[in-house]
Design a protein around this ligand. Structure first.
Ligand SMILES: *Cc1c(COP(=O)(O)O)cnc(C)c1O
Length: 397
């Protein structure tokens, strides 16, 4: 019986060009984004312009993390203390965390069996909460019907902020994920699509929102050193009205991100090759349900999810154990106790507890697996085969 020897947490190394540039930054000693000489343009400033261009956004702020980006986007939108913020019930804890840290109250919206936000529950919760804003988490890269979503939000006068931690490089109907609403937030943490250890971005076309975000991030009166930003007049009042909460990106991280941005689309293609190979294998297993990915959804398959709808909790746990024995790490959002990066909405005790039967039912049947690019296509074939074997063994018993 074959086991898999690879590591599910091993990403690729930083491109050589990024390592060289990082060494230059280190030798210069000018790591702080505002520490420039003569006509020098800092790595962070360059990265912001490049990422804005990539996204087709007018403005961009690079910052300390994806969680920081969401928190600052919400405060810069003008969220008031205690105000309700709609978000997905199926997401990771930085999302409700950002809402709470921005002074908001998360209102969780149900999940469909396609693993996206449920638009009819969203409509109901817009009514019942009176919320002005949705922080939409494209969790695990699954994109809801953005045409219907935007129609609904427009009809109800609700603003959209996108959490694109898992959709950097993805699109819906040819339009980049992150370009559908008022603002979008991205993460450059190691397990996302570009890797600087920690880091994040806010993109928007709204000059006031980005001016508030820039001042809040700790620009002091140096906001004119931002190229992907609006003209100085937008800062005149905002600079004195916005409390500082330092969360800048530094030149070292920007230096290693810039060459990664240039290969992001190519890496998206490589992720999807791996995703589709595993998807194809699992689609032949009895009792495995895979999300149907609509034609207009141009996803980046950096992880895969599948459901074992007719298995009991005991059987699912047994599949996870057998896979792990053969080197394949599956995550389960159904566990009552939070583990690793994974926790369920009822573990977020800092928010008001909410009843979400559909989300609970789906998460109790769903398994989740990372697909790092260090896995070869042969690795993916082996992994798919192991999962198949383990599922059928459990079914036989
Ligand atoms: C990782 C992640 C974030 C933000 O992550 P940081 O670690 O703060 O950069 C936001 N949303 C989701 C769904 C994530 O997985």
């Amino acid at each position: 019986m074959k086991t898999f020897k690879g590591r599910f947490t091993q990403q690729e190394s930083i491109p050589e060009e990024g390592i060289q540039r990082a060494l230059e930054v280190l030798r210069s000693g000018r790591l702080h984004r505002y520490n420039v000489i003569e006509d020098e343009v800092s790595e962070v400033n360059l990265l912001e312009s490049e990422f804005a261009r990539y996204q087709g956004a007018k403005f961009c702020l690079a910052c300390a993390s994806g969680g920081y980006a969401m928190q600052v986007a919400l405060t810069s939108f003008g969220l008031k203390h205690g105000e309700p913020v709609l978000t997905n019930a199926f997401t990771l804890s930085p999302v409700p965390g950002a809402i709470c840290n921005a002074g908001g109250k998360p209102v969780l919206v149900e999940t469909t069996d396609q693993l996206v936000i449920d638009l009819s529950d969203l409509e109901q919760k817009i009514e019942s909460s009176g919320s002005r804003v949705l922080l939409l988490s494209h969790m695990r890269g699954h994109i809801a019907d953005m045409d219907r979503m935007c129609q609904l939000l427009e009809k109800k006068g609700v603003q959209l902020i996108e959490d694109c931690a898992h959709t950097m490089g993805a699109a819906w109907g040819g339009k980049k994920s992150g370009s559908f609403g008022l603002a979008a937030c991205f993460s450059t943490q190691t397990y996302k699509h570009i890797n600087s250890g920690e880091g994040g971005f806010i993109t928007t076309d709204d000059p006031e929102l980005i001016a508030r975000a820039i001042i809040r991030s700790g620009s002091y009166m140096l906001y004119d050193r931002h190229d992907a930003s609006p003209e100085a007049s937008y800062f005149t009042n905002i600079r004195l009205d916005t409390p500082n909460c330092s969360g800048r990106m530094d030149n070292l991280r920007a230096a290693i991100l810039r060459p990664q941005l240039r290969i992001l689309n190519e890496n998206g293609r490589r992720w999807n090759e791996r995703y589709r190979l595993i998807e194809e294998i699992l689609s032949n297993a009895v009792g495995v349900t895979l999300p149907v990915r609509p034609h207009v959804e141009e996803y980046v398959g950096s992880s895969i999810q599948f459901l074992l709808m007719d298995m009991t909790e005991k059987q699912i746990k047994s599949v996870i154990r057998k896979c792990l024995d053969r080197g394949v790490e599956l995550k389960w959002f159904g566990a009552p106790e939070p583990a690793g990066y994974t926790s369920r909405h009822d573990s977020w005790r800092y928010i008001e507890s909410q009843t979400l039967p559909n989300t609970d039912r789906i998460l109790s049947k769903m398994l989740d697996m990372r697909i790092p690019l260090t896995f070869s296509l042969d690795d993916c074939r082996l992994i798919g085969g192991i999962i198949m074997d383990c599922i059928s063994e459990v079914r036989m018993n």
